[in-house]
Design a protein. Structure first.
Length: 209
């Protein structure tokens, strides 16, 4: 991940709701799968998941089925081919690239400014720019759970999401789902795409209320 809290969560902070906790867990799960090759323990956890008949649930079912047939070495090879490769991988999971065609552009500068406002510091141990999809998912999880200070109100979560994820994350997850090298990561793409659609609609409904 590419983010650390500047300050701890206040002792008197209100506990997140069950819905908020589940959202944060899904963001955190996506972040873990996209930040680095998953460990065998994480793959085994994915294999134990179950989903309903929704598109998101179907993606979770597919991931569980595929995870049960693979080991960490196979998934690591897939991860490297997709995201690292010889020079570059099949996909570049950065907001700047998806929005401008280049790395380290204005979307990254805008994100860094927003991070400063919210009290989020870059993790010095992470080399990837902060606009990596895994870092952004990790930040959303932290903002929902209050990991960077007070739990962020829904309106402020929406502002962060709309500024740094809504404009491109769905396209990335669609590309991941259909990438030539995607096996384990094809259902990860489906899960991410469906989740982004759910978040966009949920924030839209919240704004209308």
């Amino acid at each position: 991940m590419a983010s650390q809290p500047v300050s701890a969560m206040p002792a008197n902070a209100e506990a997140p709701s069950e819905e908020e906790r589940l959202r944060a867990e899904l963001y955190g799960f996506l972040a873990a799968l996209l930040a680095a090759p998953p460990t065998q323990q994480t793959i085994d956890q994915a294999a134990a998941l179950s989903g309903d008949g929704s598109e998101l649930g179907q993606g979770i079912q597919s991931l569980a089925r595929i995870a049960a047939s693979l080991n960490d070495k196979a998934v690591e090879r897939e991860f490297n081919a997709l995201f690292i490769g010889l020079g570059r991988g099949e996909l570049l999971p950065y907001a700047s690239f998806y929005l401008t065609g280049f790395l380290n552009e204005k979307p990254l500068a805008n994100l860094r400014g927003h991070m400063d406002q919210l009290g989020i510091a870059r993790d010095p141990n992470v080399k990837d720019p902060e606009d990596h999809i895994a870092s952004l998912c990790d930040m959303m999880a932290g903002l929902i759970m209050g990991r960077f200070g007070a739990q962020l109100p829904v309106a402020d979560q929406e502002a962060f999401f709309n500024s740094h994820l809504a404009t491109w994350a769905g396209h990335f997850f669609t590309d991941l789902e259909g990438a030539e090298g995607s096996v384990f990561y094809a259902p990860v793409g489906k899960i991410g795409r469906a989740f982004m659609e759910i978040e966009i609609e949920a924030f839209r409904m919240e704004t209308k209320e």
